[in-house]
Design a protein around this ligand. Sequence first.
Ligand SMILES: *Cc1c(COP(=O)(O)O)cnc(C)c1O
Length: 440
Amino acid sequence: MIYFSTNKSSVPVSIKKATLEGLAPDGGLYIPSEIPHFSPEELALLEGATFNNIAFAIAKKFIGGEIPLNQLSDMIESCYPFDTPIVKLDIETFIEELFCGPTLAFKDYGARFLARLTGYFAAEEEQLITVLVATSGDTGSAVAYGFQGIPNTRVVLLYPSGKVSRLQEQQLTTAGDNVHALEVKGDFDDCQRMVKQAFIDPDLKERLTLTSANSINISRLIPQSFYYAWASLQLKELYGYHDSLFSVPSGNYGNLTAGILAKRMGFPISHFIAASNANDSVTRYLDDGRYDPRPTITTRSTAMDVGNPSNFARLNYFYGNDHRAMGKDITGIAVSDEETFATIRLVYDRFGYIMDPHTAVAFRALERYRASGIHAHKAGIVLSTAHPAKFLEVLQDALDKEIEIPERLLDVLEKKKRATLISSEYSELASFLNELKQSP
Ligand SMILES: *Cc1c(COP(=O)(O)O)cnc(C)c1O
């Protein structure tokens, strides 16, 4: 399998190069030259298979040939030692809980796979890869815990001092080992500017192999298709549904793009709801075909506050820049903060189930979609992207109730914070990076 750039002017590359590079040299995003397909016979064999067996079957099609199959299989086992539960709320409504990994959010699925793949390819090249990320919270923690202890890799992450929650800060600063946290006296934009400058600094290029780990990396996207495949097959196996509809809380639209991959591979998926908050650039595009991104608006589902989503380029490529074609597979629905709060309360009252604000956006979007009458009486799967305890402040505003905090979150809160405080001058980041050792 080879990988193309969405901008079409870079040469096609192997998965190794696409993974280590992240972004294509022409500024585009890598996409597979063709999406592998599962025949009905192959799908029948996967019904009733474990999550990891399904993941392996998919990974084999995308990267088999580049990694010995026994190593690929071991890699998957070490990525996903946790469950992916599917909770039934009523006869046709299900929640897929993607928050059972170490950082309690779905970004663990992509980050853990990317980390192991990067480590494997870096060892093959006898390189030491430095992953440089600016984070306002969730991506950084998934990357920190994903790369923790992976040979031939290290992570340097920058976060804005005083601008992340205490829980997030603990997750960012306690992974230890090969993960270095830099606490920047500035805001998230400063962090991003410093990281961008590092990527174009010729002196650093001489000394270090730098890569980024944000959701533009194709190796974060491929593993996110695993849980769509798993849920669609589980619903068939356990409840007899021949196809499922997914409601996806969206920010950069990486999660949704991974769903499109799963559908095109042949998994039994009928349709997607792209649920957004007030940041509705893609929702509006689906309505009228005009892409008119606006500045980011702050909402209570913060991880979805993205004005100009990076994976829109991939979606557009898959649908040949045709919003009507895209609309056949995807319905965009924007949900307000008020509706999000009301939904958290309603779902708790009706089902006794506590959901985080991002999940609530997707749940509400599914309800609105059903109320419109199309596709009624189909299994709807809401992707739950974070554990409610990660957003305690919002939950406390929405529900008058104590939220139980899982053991592994409490563990993180007790660990000792290790971070280096720097100013927002690029030179301070450069000298930190220059002092790192150069080879494995
Ligand atoms: C990142 C994130 C999202 C948005 O996912 P995208 O792939 O960027 O669309 C939704 N919910 C949570 C909790 C997240 O951390």
